[in-house]
Design a protein around this ligand. Structure first.
Ligand code: FAD
Length: 307
């Protein structure tokens, strides 16, 4: 069984930044990539809100640069997926992947979260070409455009309100006839002249030629289908943290996010977490990178305290 000082589970912005900091502390961290090397940004065409890139950068370009920078200081990236962890006996911790078994003095969990998908035709095909899961990231690209927002909870309505800064019209498609969002948000949405509601309705298909041009919307009460012409579809139907195999090992909140303290430490001393797996609020590259840096620094400090 291979023994490591630090294993980082996940190779998104949080994991690669934790690796950079741990590597620069001479801990030679091993990053286990998971099945999406680079994480969510690896499927993002254009990132315009990451500092240092005034002209923007593609997601894969950022991933490559982050990986290269961490490797320059001694981090190693293993293309494999963690299948099982055992943190029950404290450090050293046991980690299994499809191909190997490891022991690690400290672990940083950076397995991220995934936006829930509708699972309809056109959704995957048009990601980055009109389909988005983040208004903060992509709203700017839709200046003077017409967009649909899918969902009726707090985040859907917050994002719809944010989008009204850029677009001419937001149509909120919601499967029920009332919103689940809080009262204050609801009031602001109903008062906003750019927001319209399409009640009792679900999206069936997204269509276009190279970019989103229209969507089929079905009324769940009458089964009638209408075609709405639109430039963008923003989907906000929840996020799923990738925490299933930490259940019973680490403390999770009600939504399944890992709970960390101010030092990014989970409920098990020596196991740290960073990025979207422990952050249901900010969900940005910059914030995930910041949390990864903090986890890398705190891991080094914790290991030193154990000596
Ligand atoms: C389409 C899209 C566009 C976006 N655009 C922007 C943008 O323009 N600007 C912005 O700031 N944010 C954007 N975001 C959000 C941003 O990508 C995330 O906030 C950020 O990637 C979170 O980083 P993370 O490292 O916490 O997790 P993730 O990026 O989710 O990475 C998680 C990592 O964990 C790995 N993993 C999962 N399970 C396992 C396992 N069992 N074993 C090993 N590894 C595992 C995965 O392979 C992956 O490498 C976008 C998101 C999406 C989906």
């Amino acid at each position: 069984m291979q023994k490591e000082q630090v294993i980082i589970i996940g190779s998104g912005p949080a994991g690669l930044t934790a690796a950079l900091y741990a590597a620069r502390a001479n801990l030679k961290p091993l990053v286990i990539s998971g099945n999406q090397l680079g994480g969510q940004i690896s499927i993002t065409n254009e990132v315009e809100n990451y500092p240092g890139f005034p002209e923007g950068a593609s997601g894969p370009e950022l991933v490559e640069l982050m990986q290269k920078q961490a490797e320059r200081f001694g981090a190693r990236v293993l293309i494999d997926e963690v299948t099982e962890v055992d943190f029950s006996e404290g450090s050293p911790f046991h980690i299994k992947t499809h191909g190997d078994e490891f022991k690690a003095d400290a672990v940083i969990v950076a397995v991220g979260a995934s936006p829930n998908r509708l699972g309809i035709p056109g959704e995957e095909e048009f990601i980055g070409r009109g389909v988005s899961f983040c208004a903060t990231c992509d709203g700017f690209f839709f200046r003077d455009k017409d967009v649909l927002v899918i969902g009726g909870g707090d985040s859907a309505i917050e994002e719809a309100l944010f989008l009204t800064r850029f677009v001419t019209r937001v149509r909120v498609i919601h499967r029920r006839d009332e919103l689940r969002a809080g009262e204050a948000l609801k009031r602001r949405a109903f008062e906003n002249e750019k927001i319209e509601f399409v009640w009792d309705s679900v999206l069936e298909e997204i269509r276009g030629d190279g970019k989103v041009e229209s969507a089929f919307v079905r009324n769940v009460k009458t089964d009638d289908i209408v075609t709405l012409d639109t430039d963008g579809v923003f989907i906000f139907i929840g996020h799923l943290p990738n925490s299933s195999f930490f259940k019973g090992q680490l403390e999770l909140d009600k939504k399944g996010y890992l709970i960390t303290d101010e030092r990014m430490m989970t409920s098990v001393p020596g196991v740290f977490a960073a990025g979207e797996i422990q952050d249901s609020i900010f969900r940005q590259i910059t914030t995930s990178v910041g949390q990864g840096a903090a986890a890398g620094m705190m891991t080094e400090r914790w290991l030193e305290e154990q000596e």
